[in-house]
Design a protein. Structure first.
Length: 297
């Protein structure tokens, strides 16, 4: 695991804010927005306070504020402008930026403050779909650009998982008679650990009064065969994010089909790896992302 970041490069600023490094340099020189430390290599080194200011500046600029007007404001005035504008604006960029900052600072209190504010304005499903899912997409990009560390990703992911689990427990408590026509069995392939999407689908199904069996991460196919024997009319739901590996995906799918076809069941597969799958089986449905699956539900 890489060491946790305490300072940031101008490339990190670009990745986190969406503002090109060249533009940031111009703003810095023309408006004296930052005073970064210069390392021996002459690279700029920015603090977390600098990053917070950069995210606020980027938010205002992307939403139509001229940089010359922003530069004339104090840090406190910039923060006030962001709060005022985000309150009257339909997009969630300010909240997503706040959650990114909470992630980078490992700040659970700040995360919860943003979350509770969102929950006072939106339903839980709206928070997930309009804020958490776009945030996770951004985090995936930041991960691949080496802007964040595994610890950052794990921190924010576990907080989101906690929120989904709490809401799911509430949903279970409020359930009346379940629909026993079929059961949804939710699982991830062996070595697959990215389960936020699957947890959210489980939550949505419980809201609809559907019967679910949530198995979670890294489930061997042999276990599916044994659990399938306990139910009739099974609808499996899984996600291919990092597993199975591309070279093994057809073999995995063949073994999965053998299991579900034997009992005339069905499986929905979600994730970007579905683009590599070619099957005509009526027992398999493919969805490239969770939003596509939710629309289908």
């Amino acid at each position: 695991m890489n060491s946790i970041k305490e300072t940031y490069t101008i490339k990190d600023f670009e990745n986190l804010s969406g503002i090109k490094a060249h533009t940031i340099r111009i703003w810095e020189k023309r408006y004296d927005l930052f005073a970064p430390e210069r390392l021996e290599s002459n690279f700029r080194s920015y603090t977390q306070q600098d990053l917070q200011k950069m995210l606020n500046i980027a938010y205002l600029n992307i939403n139509g504020f001229k940089i010359s007007k922003i530069a004339a404001l104090s840090n406190n005035e910039i923060e006030i402008k962001v709060r005022e504008h985000s309150t009257n604006n339909q997009n969630n960029d300010a909240e997503i930026n706040s959650l990114k900052l909470a992630m980078l600072k490992f700040d659970t209190v700040h995360f919860n403050q943003v979350y509770l504010k969102l929950l006072s304005e939106k339903t839980f499903s709206q928070v997930i779909e309009s804020v958490f899912i776009p945030l996770l997409v951004d985090i995936g990009i930041l991960w691949h650009s080496n802007t964040i560390n595994p610890a950052n990703e794990h921190f924010i992911s576990n907080l989101i998982i906690q929120k989904i689990q709490i809401q799911t427990e509430k949903s279970y408590s409020n359930q009346g008679d379940l629909n026993d026509d079929f059961v949804h069995i939710l699982f991830l392939p062996t070595n697959e650990i990215h389960e936020i999407g699957l947890l959210y689908i489980n939550y949505l199904l419980t809201l609809k009064g559907q019967k679910t069996v949530y198995l979670g991460q890294s489930i061997p196919l042999t276990d599916l065969r044994s659990i399938q024997q306990q139910f009739t009319n099974v609808k499996f739901i899984t996600a291919f994010t990092t597993e199975p590996k591309t070279e093994n995906i057809n073999k995995y799918l063949s073994e999965l089909l053998e299991i579900i076809e034997s009992a005339d069941n069905h499986c929905s597969i979600i994730g970007n790896k579905t683009t590599t799958i070619k099957t005509q089986s009526i027992h398999i449905s493919l969805f490239q992302n969770i939003s596509e699956y939710i629309t289908h539900m």
